[in-house]
Design a protein. Structure first.
Length: 159
């Protein structure tokens, strides 16, 4: 029997993009911060935000907690668990906060690469086995943003 002959009963599932829109609407409605959401999930705010924006897949238990917290449709669990295709806009962004990160990589990228390779050898920092923390450092001359990124070193293999 061909199982593909009658698919009239199927309805499209909620996409990662739909889920992100629902998350943002609920976050605003419930007046929650990313810190509060992450605390509920027992995850970091950086990872939580990235997963909510579809750039990471969420384990089922975390997806269920998020759906419960934000009163989202159960179909969002599947979208949150789905493995992502990491595609983003390749043009230089115009948002000043994001543009400055591009500027930092543009100015300091070669320096970071050379210094990492001097310390570790020929290789890269993983963005898969990776953590990032964003902290506020109070300073009388103006508060400072502290980004801490930690990724496993992956040496290039010779064969």
């Amino acid at each position: 029997m061909n199982t593909m002959t009658n698919m009239n009963h199927l309805t499209p599932s909620i996409t990662k993009e739909d889920t992100t829109a629902l998350i943002l609407t609920a976050k605003k409605y419930f007046k929650l911060s990313w810190e509060q959401i992450a605390e509920t999930l027992e995850m970091s705010p950086v990872w939580t935000h990235s997963a909510c924006f579809g750039m990471n897949s969420m384990p089922k238990d975390k997806a269920e907690k998020l759906v419960e917290l934000l009163k989202l449709p159960d179909e969002c669990i599947d979208a949150l668990e789905e493995k992502p295709t990491k595609i983003w806009e390749q043009a230089v962004p115009t948002d000043p906060a994001i543009y400055r990160l591009y500027e930092i990589v543009g100015v300091y990228g070669p320096t970071i690469k050379d210094l990492v390779q001097e310390k570790f050898g020929d290789g890269i920092m993983s963005a898969i086995d990776f953590e990032m923390y964003i902290d506020k450092i109070e300073d009388p001359k103006g508060d400072r943003v502290k980004l801490t990124m930690s990724g496993k070193f992956l040496g290039y293999k010779s064969w």
